[in-house]
Every structure is written in C-alpha cells, then in structure tokens.
Design a protein. Structure first.
Length: 312
C-alpha cells in the first residue's frame, strides 16, 4: 500500500533525498525551516459520505500549506501519517495520494509528500506535517501589527461555512450524512460545497505579503473574528473591521471558518495585489476586534458544534 501511495505523490523540488530511506532530506536554502502540523479525524473534521479520497487528500494538504504560507514561507514538503480502518480499500488511499499531489501541484508547485507513516485504526485519521522555506526573510508572525496599519485579506470569507451549512441541511437523512447530489445545487451552492470539501487557499500570496512588508499575518481557519482576535492579542492592538467590505452576508464572513484565507496587516500603501483592505489597526482598546467601531461576538469555527457523534 505504501508503495502505491508514494508512486502517486510526485517529487518535491526541495527534497535532496525522497522516500525510500528511514527519513527524507530536505534542503533549507535560507538556513531556517517553518514547520506545522494538523490532524483531520473522521467525524468532526470530515465525513466520508460527503468527501471522497481525492477530496480528503486535497483538503489535508491545503490546510497545512496555508499555515506555512501564513508565516510568509514557501511550502517545500509534506509528511503524511495515515491511520486507516482495516476495511479501507487500497483504491481509496490511492485517490488520497492523488489528491495530495494535485493540491501541491495547484497550490504550491515544487512541494510534495516526501514520507510519513501508515498504520491501522478504527477511525480514519490523517496527520500532516508541512515544511516551508523563508527564502532568507524573517517569518511574519501574529505579533507585529501596529496602530496605523491597514488590515487586509486574501481568499474567501464565509464561503466554506455556507458549504458546510448546505451539507448539513441538504444531505442528511435521519441525522446521518448521505452522498452529495450535485444536481440539486445551483452554481453558487456547488462552489460553496467545493470550498468546504476541497479548499483553495491563496498559498502563493504568503511570500508575496512577506516581500511587500506585511507586519503580521495568519491563516483564518476558525473564523475572521476569532482569528483576528488572536492577532490582536499577540500584537497588543485592536483590529477594526469595515462591514461594507464583507459581502452580502457579513455575519457569515465574520464567524465562518475553514476558508483558510490569509489575514495580514500592512503599512498604509503597501498592500500587494491579491489582498483587499477590510479594516484598520487601532491602538489597543477594551476589545481586540471591532466591526464599524463596535464590539462583535467572538464566535467562530468549532468542528464539534454540529457534530452529533455520528461519523458518516
């Protein structure tokens, strides 16, 4: 099974030694490595009734690539640990591997799976470690935002949350997930469901933001308000969001998670193409996040909120 997986994951440009030994060897031209890890568990994080193997591989790659990009780094390699039930078909795992490769090729060319682990578990679990290269720059952290900066975002806000709502509303029978029937969805609904099952974070814009002088940056995985609050706390400032920039459903844009947009702050006039301004950085006030100058509910993404312990 492992050989079948690795045959499908492609080659990493940064790998000096790829799969086949006890460990891979990855080059680090800048002399430092960005590293992150994330785990997706069947049930709260995905449902097999809604996600096929390709979707799962793609999403597992994308959410980790986004964390690397949020530091201003270029993704270089992924390590994947799979814990699969005994009855899992090889074809499903092969499709996962193809999803990993397709996501890397589309979102972070040159990055690929270079190794990992495979074991058996009652619950399908995907644990991914992503590595990245800063290309000689300092990492862009959450703690550098300064009063007077502008707040900007690249990527979607609230689209993935709409997709999840559609899945829960349209594709469950007696509380149990059922396969998605694309014929009952219009184009906008299809796009929202795709954003949930197969997200496309703006990975290439992480290094772009760093080169443009971003003072702070992070991946928005848990909702704009919740994650902006984390940046505000780390930086000791307040972020004031302009509701007019949030589209037709501001509340969903504020609270919806799993879009994996890049939230960044820049000096005025330094916002690069691909980012759009959504607010301003103020001196620290009582609340870390405001919308139109008023405090907002800090509710955000909670994968267990709508989980009824069924796996689907």
């Amino acid at each position: 099974m492992l050989r079948a997986i690795l045959e499908r994951t492609g080659d990493a440009s940064y790998a000096l030694l790829g799969p086949g030994d006890d460990a891979a060897v990855i080059s680090a031209p800048s002399g430092s490595v960005v590293a992150t890890t994330d785990t997706l568990v069947h049930g709260p994080d995905f449902r097999l009734a809604w996600s096929n193997g390709f979707d799962l591989g793609w999403k597992s790659a994308a959410v980790n690539l986004s964390d690397v990009a949020a530091m201003g780094a270029r993704p270089t390699a992924l390590l994947v640990a799979l814990a699969v039930p005994r009855e899992t078909r090889l074809s499903f795992v092969e499709r996962m591997a193809e999803g990993f490769r397709a996501a890397c090729d589309a979102l972070a060319p040159g990055c690929a799976v270079v190794g990992g682990d495979l074991t058996v578990s009652d619950t399908l679990t995907v644990a991914v470690t992503a590595l990245g290269d800063l290309e000689g720059r300092a990492a862009v952290t959450r703690s550098g935002a300064r009063a007077g900066d502008v707040v900007a975002i690249a990527g979607n806000m609230g689209v993935s949350a709409r997709g999840l709502s559609l899945l829960f509303e349209r594709f469950r029978t007696d509380g149990e997930p059922v396969p998605v029937d694309a014929t009952v969805l219009d184009a906008g609904e299809l796009g929202a469901v795709a954003a949930q099952l197969r997200p496309e974070p703006p990975i290439s814009l992480g290094p772009v933001a760093a080169r443009a002088g971003a003072t702070a940056m992070m991946d928005v995985s848990d909702g704009l308000v919740l994650d902006a609050g984390r940046m505000a706390t780390a930086s000791g400032i307040t972020i004031d969001i302009d509701s007019a920039t949030l589209g037709e459903n501001p509340q969903r844009a504020l609270s919806g998670g799993e879009d994996h947009a890049l939230l960044a702050t820049f000096p005025a006039g330094a916002v690069p193409e691909g980012f759009r301004v959504i607010g301003a950085v103020r001196p620290r006030r009582e609340h870390g996040v405001l919308c139109d100058g008023e405090a907002v509910d800090a509710a955000g993404w909670d994968p267990y909120r709508d989980w009824d312990s069924s796996t689907g």
